[in-house]
Design a protein around this ligand. Structure first.
Ligand code: MG
Length: 334
């Protein structure tokens, strides 16, 4: 049975119609015939980071736009654009209702600590951490975690790196992450604090001793001196408090192998951002087959598709659909 099921799935013939018909009957979506490509392939449990849709998501009928996302085959969302109790300007509980009415589920959210007292909101994001600013950061996490608990969010993830240019700064930032996790858990989000990387986390910072050692070495400029910030983050954060959402594309851009990281840190990397330069599979840079294979081996359940701005004048919605189609057709995606 297993083989036949897999075979049919690989051939694109396994429609899981019966399963979905049963699911449709109990779901909150009433009078909705499950016959779109997305629903037929809903077994793939694809997640979408809504940043991928840019402002297009909020143009016109947001509820209808969310239904389009569901029809593409996505079932889970990771939010972006949270601020002052709203998502992209839509009051958050209204947004949650629209998401659920569309048959989607909010699973995760990206947020960066901001200084609520900053006079210029564009400069409110706290980039430079210090002992003095830490209480403001915790204030932010407390209110933000409370809101996200109301949204039913499983993960709360910081996507931007605070300033780290030395080992000491890395240690301070990691202490803040550990502390933030306690605050987040206390508000009811049991997974604690999550961190999402770009490529700058693979820059190296050297200790004075490491720099000293290289003095006078004529090959110093060609050698990798110091430690990658990502490795310092893994080392200096508490595994019981901080987990990692690895962005596989940015890891490759940081000249590292996401599969190797997943193999080395199966207990720390719990969520993935599946991403390419633009539409999946076109850059030739990403080995998604190996990434998904390792993801399943590690037992990672949640991943989110992310798409940067479309380079060719097509809409974000079109690009996000192309990415869904890529995953639906990929035999290595379960
Ligand atoms: Mg990402």
């Amino acid at each position: 049975m297993g083989n036949r099921r897999d075979f049919l799935k690989n051939m694109g013939l396994f429609t899981a119609g019966g399963l979905l018909a049963a699911k449709g009957a109990s779901a909150s979506v009433v009078n909705h015939v499950p016959e779109t490509v997305g629903e037929v392939h809903a077994g793939k449990e694809m997640g979408l980071q809504i940043y991928s849709l840019s402002q297009e998501l909020y143009k016109g009928d947001v509820a209808a736009n969310l239904r389009k996302v569901k029809d593409m085959g996505y079932s889970k969302l990771e939010l972006a654009g949270y601020g002052k109790g709203a998502i992209g300007g839509v009051p958050m509980m209204e947004f949650k209702k629209m998401v659920e009415d569309a048959g989607l589920k909010i699973v995760s959210s990206h947020v960066n600590p901001v200084d609520a007292s900053a006079s210029d909101p564009r400069r409110a994001m706290i980039r430079k951490y210090s002992k003095e600013i830490t209480p403001k950061i915790m204030e932010y996490w407390k209110a933000t975690a409370a809101d996200h608990a109301k949204l039913g969010c499983k993960y709360l993830i910081q996507p931007m790196m605070p300033t780290i240019t030395t080992h000491d700064e890395a240690k301070l930032v990691c202490d803040v992450f550990n502390q933030a996790s306690d605050v987040i858990k206390a508000e009811g989000i049991a997974t604690g604090f999550g961190y999402h990387n770009h490529n700058m986390e693979f820059n190296r910072v050297a200790t004075k001793e490491q720099q000293e050692k290289m003095k006078g070495n004529p090959f110093a400029a060609f050698m990798k001196v110091g430690d990658q910030i990502y490795d310092l983050m893994l080392k200096n954060t508490d595994p019981g408090k901080v987990f990692f959402e690895m962005d596989v594309y940015w890891t490759v851009m940081g000249q590292n192998d996401p599969v190797e990281y997943m193999q080395k840190h199966p207990d720390r990397i719990k969520v993935l951002h599946i991403k390419d330069r633009a539409v999946f599979g076109r850059s030739g840079m990403m080995n998604f087959e190996m990434i998904f294979k390792q993801m399943y081996a590690n037992g990672i359940k949640d991943y989110f598709v992310e798409l940067e701005r479309m380079p060719d004048g097509r809409t974000q919605f079109e690009g996000v659909k192309d990415c869904a189609d890529y995953l639906i057709k990929a035999p290595f995606v379960k």
